[in-house]
Design a protein around this ligand. Structure first.
Ligand SMILES: [Ca+2]
Ligand SMILES: [Ca+2]
Length: 281
């Protein structure tokens, strides 16, 4: 027997394993499924990396608690309908949040899952992943944030987005070149099509946002800036999504589209960098 890699005891044993012949006998065989006639079935071929040794017999609840670490505590999102937001469980989208409400805390508070994480690097916006993880850190379910008007994923709808939506409206970028959640975000007025009306809404949003001092706290802006309130109300975030197709089937499928997506992402990152740069000076 080794403890922490150090041999502390040894016992000689024959290479043969004998099984009890009594049919009523119960025993545990690690490494295979045993039977009373001396056969071993369904032999285990993996490695045991964890073994817990206790000085007493555990209770049922203690065993269940140990077992739960290796199972999914809950494989579905438990959405709180009273949160004020909308969770589309078919397409795995959370929407209804205005830019001022896009916080990790608000997202977590919309669900009862304790094992829920918001995967974000610097922005929370369209495409931000919400994931459920088990105790080993493995993701076993995920959803995405949808902010109507925010197609570059920075959480704001403005002139940057209008450039991309304009490309969508004119056909320069087609639906199969972008992710489904981005396509939905581009439909700012929720009429099921992406056209000049959506571009115009974003242009207006951009003009309003330019006149808003974003360095001020959100609470202060909400209380003092009519432009900010007008901006937030310009694009309805709670409207029902009209298109019903499964957005997951919209993922790019060939190399040409992947390259285009890569280029589009580069453009989006450059636009975001320029925006951040001007915000800092
Ligand atoms: Ca944006
Ligand atoms: Ca539209």
């Amino acid at each position: 027997m080794y403890v922490n890699g150090v041999l502390i005891s040894s016992e000689s044993a024959t290479p043969l394993i004998s099984f009890p012949s009594n049919e009523d006998a119960q025993f545990l065989c690690i490494g295979g499924d045993s039977s009373y006639n001396g056969e071993t079935e369904a032999r285990f071929t993996g490695k045991i990396v964890t073994a817990n040794v206790y000085g007493r017999a555990l209770t049922v609840s203690e065993i269940n608690e140990l077992y739960s670490q290796y199972t999914y505590s809950n494989d579905s999102f438990d959405f709180i309908h009273e949160s004020g937001y909308v969770f589309d469980s078919k397409n795995m989208l959370l929407y209804g949040m205005t830019p001022s409400e896009l916080t990790t805390e608000n997202i977590k508070n919309a669900f009862t899952n304790e094992n829920l994480y918001v995967e974000t690097e610097c922005y929370i916006g369209t495409g931000t992943k919400i994931v459920l993880k088990n105790s080993r850190g493995e993701v076993y379910n995920s959803a995405e944030i949808l902010v109507f008007g925010d197609v570059n994923g920075d959480g704001w709808y403005d002139g940057m987005d209008s450039i991309i939506v304009s490309c969508l409206a004119t056909g320069l970028i087609s639906k199969d070149m972008i992710r489904g959640v981005v396509w939905r975000a581009a439909d700012c007025n929720h009429d099921g099509v992406i056209d000049g009306l959506d571009v115009e809404l974003l242009r207006q949003a951009g003009l309003l946002l330019e006149n808003i001092d974003q360095s001020k706290p959100t609470e202060e802006l909400l209380a003092t800036s009519s432009e900010y309130v007008q901006y937030l109300n310009l694009i309805d975030q709670t409207a029902e999504v009209k298109t019903s197709e499964d957005i997951n089937s919209d993922e790019p499928v060939n190399g040409k589209i992947c390259i285009f997506n890569w280029l589009l992402n580069c453009i989006i990152k450059i636009l975001n960098y320029i925006k951040l740069h001007f915000a800092l000076i």
